[in-house]
Design a protein around this ligand. Structure first.
Ligand SMILES: Cc1cc2nc3c(=O)[nH]c(=O)nc-3n(C[C@H](O)[C@H](O)[C@H](O)COP(=O)(O)OP(=O)(O)OC[C@H]3O[C@@H](n4cnc5c(N)ncnc54)[C@H](O)[C@@H]3O)c2cc1C
Length: 401
C-alpha cells in the first residue's frame, strides 16, 4: 500500500507542476475539444502541445501499454490512481482517438512484434493519427457483408472499394480496414484486417457535410490503394476475429469501461440535478417540478449504479483490459442512459438548451446544446443499440438465434 501511496503523491506533484493551467477544465466552445494528434493536427492553444509532449514522454498518454512500445507500463492500480489525480486537478486528457482506444490495444492483442514496434510508439507520441474503415454503404450493422476488395499483387496487396462514416478520416494518417480477400468463402471467413497508409494516390477522402456545417465523418475511397504485406494483421481470411476484438475495445472506450467508469463523455459538465435546480428552481427545498424530479432521480441513480458496475468490472479484470462480449452491455446501457440524461436536461432548461450562437446563450448552454444533439449518434456509432442487444442475447445470455 505504501508504494501505491508514494505513487499517488509523486503523480499528484508531477501533474500539478506539469499540467498547464489552460489544460485544466473543459475546452471552450469553438476550441477543438479533443486533440487527436497526427501530422495534420493544428494546436490552436500551444499549451495543448506542451501538455501532450510532457505526458507522452512519460508514456502516460497510453499509461498501461508496455514501456518497450512507448507506454507508461503502469499496473491497473497505478493507472486508476493516475486517472483519479487527473480528475482531481480537472486535467484534460492530453490526446485521444482511435489509435489509443482501438488499433493500439488490438495490435497488442494480435499484432506481430514488428507491427507493435512500428505503430505503437507513434500513437503514444501523437505523431500518427488513425481512423476506422469498417462501415460501407451496404454494410453497417451487417458488417460481415463488406465488399471492399483486397487482392494479392505479389509483394503487396491492392485494395479497391469504398468505406463510409469514417470519423476523422480527413485528419488521419493511417486507416485500419476490414477487406474481402476471398469472395467465394462464407462471408465471415473471407475477410482480412489490413493497415493502410492514407498518404498515397490510391486513397481519397471526401468529408460529409452535416446541417451544422461540420464534417465529423467522411467517405473514403480506395482505388488500387497499395498495402505492404507486413500490414496484414492476423492471418489472411481470419480478419473477422481481429475485427471483432477491435469492436470490443471500441465499445469499452465509448462506455468509459476502460477507465473503470472514471472518465467519460460528460467530464467537465455540471451534474443534471445542479443544472435542473438552476433552471427549474426549488419549492420547499426540492426541485419545483415533481414529475421532472422523479425522472431525474431515476436517471441519477441509474448513472451512479452504472458507474459502480463499471468500477466492479474493472476491479474484476486482472489486467484492467475489459474486452469481452459483455462490453456490449456497457456500450448499450451507457449510451442509452446518457441520451436520457440529456433529454431530461432539455426538459429542465427549456429553450435555453437550444442555443447555437449569440449572446442570449452562455458558453455552457451552447456546449450543452451540442452535447445533446451529438448524444443522438451515441446509440448508432460503434454498433447500434439493437446490435448490442443481439450480441448480449446470443453471446452473453446464450439465447437461440
Ligand atoms: C457518429 C458516428 C460515427 C461513426 N464513425 C464510424 C467510423 O469511424 N468508421 C466506421 O467504419 N463506421 C462509423 N460509423 C458507422 C456506424 O458503425 C454505423 O452507422 C452503424 O454500425 C450502423 O450501421 P448503418 O448506419 O449502416 O445502419 P443499418 O445497419 O442500416 O441499420 C439501420 C437500423 O436497423 C437496425 N438493425 C440493423 N440490423 C439489425 C438486426 N440484425 N437486428 C436488429 N436491428 C437491426 C439498426 O439498429 C438501425 O436502427 C459511425 C456512425 C456514427 C453515427
Amino acid at each position: 500500500m505504501g508504494t501505491l501511496n508514494d505513487f499517488r503523491m509523486e503523480t499528484r506533484a508531477w501533474l500539478e507542476e506539469n499540467c498547464p493551467e489552460s489544460m485544466r477544465g473543459p475546452a471552450a466552445v469553438g476550441e477543438e475539444d479533443m486533440i487527436g494528434g497526427g501530422k495534420k493536427q493544428v494546436y490552436k492553444n500551444p499549451d495543448a502541445k506542451v501538455w501532450l509532449d510532457r505526458m507522452a514522454a512519460r508514456g502516460w498518454t497510453a499509461p498501461m501499454w508496455p514501456t518497450e512500445y512507448g507506454g507508461g507500463g503502469l499496473s491497473k492500480d497505478e493507472y486508476l490512481i493516475l486517472q483519479d489525480e487527473m480528475i482531481r486537478l480537472n486535467a484534460r486528457s492530453p490526446i485521444g482517438g482511435m489509435g489509443f482506444s482501438m488499433i493500439g490495444p488490438t495490435l497488442l492483442d494480435y499484432g506481430t512484434e514488428e507491427q507493435k514496434r512500428e505503430h505503437l510508439p507513434k500513437i503514444v507520441s501523437g505523431e500518427i493519427r488513425w481512423c476506422q474503415g469498417y462501415s460501407e454503404p451496404g454494410a453497417g450493422s451487417d458488417l460481415a457483408g463488406l465488399q471492399t476488395k483486397c487482392e494479392d499483387a505479389g509483394d503487396y496487396f491492392l485494395v479497391n472499394g469504398q468505406k463510409i462514416w469514417t470519423s476523422g478520416a480527413q485528419y488521419a494518417d493511417w486507416i485500419f480496414t476490414l477487406v474481402r480477400t476471398d469472395p467465394q468463402a462464407p462471408k465471415h471467413e473471407g475477410i482480412s484486417f489490413v493497415l493502410i497508409d492514407m498518404d498515397q494516390p490510391g486513397v481519397t477522402v471526401r468529408p460529409i457535410k452535416l446541417i451544422s456545417g461540420s464534417s465529423p465523418f467522411c467517405e473514403t475511397f480506395f482505388d488500387n490503394a497499395r498495402v505492404e504485406k507486413q500490414n496484414l494483421v492476423g492471418q489472411i481470411n481470419r480478419g473477422w476475429t481481429v475485427g471483432k476484438r477491435l469492436l470490443q475495445h471500441e465499445r469499452s472506450s465509448i462506455s468509459g469501461l476502460n477507465s473503470g467508469g472514471r472518465r467519460g463523455r460528460y467530464d467537465g459538465m455540471r451534474g443534471l440535478t445542479d443544472v435542473a435546480k438552476e433552471y427549474v428552481g426549488l419549492a420547499d427545498g426540492k426541485l419545483a417540478d415533481a414529475t421532472l424530479r422523479g425522472e431525474i432521480l431515476v436517471n441519477e441513480m441509474n448513472q451512479r449504479a452504472f458507474g459502480l458496475t463499471q468500477q466492479r468490472a474493472m476491479a474484476e479484470s486482472e489486467s484492467g483490459g475489459t474486452p469481452t462480449f459483455a462490453t456490449s452491455f456497457f456500450k448499450y446501457y451507457g449510451s442509452e442512459t446518457g441520451k436520457t440524461r440529456l433529454e431530461l436536461q432539455l426538459k429542465a432548461m427549456g429553450t435555453q438548451s437550444l442555443g447555437w450562437e449569440g449572446d442570449m446563450f452562455s458558453d455552457e448552454e451552447k456546449t450543452l446544446t451540442r452535447t445533446w444533439l451529438r448524444s443522438k449518434s451515441s446509440t448508432i456509432a460503434g454498433g447500434s443499440s439493437e446490435i448490442q442487444l443481439n450480441i448480449v442475447a446470443k453471446r452473453v445470455l446464450g439465447l437461440p438465434d
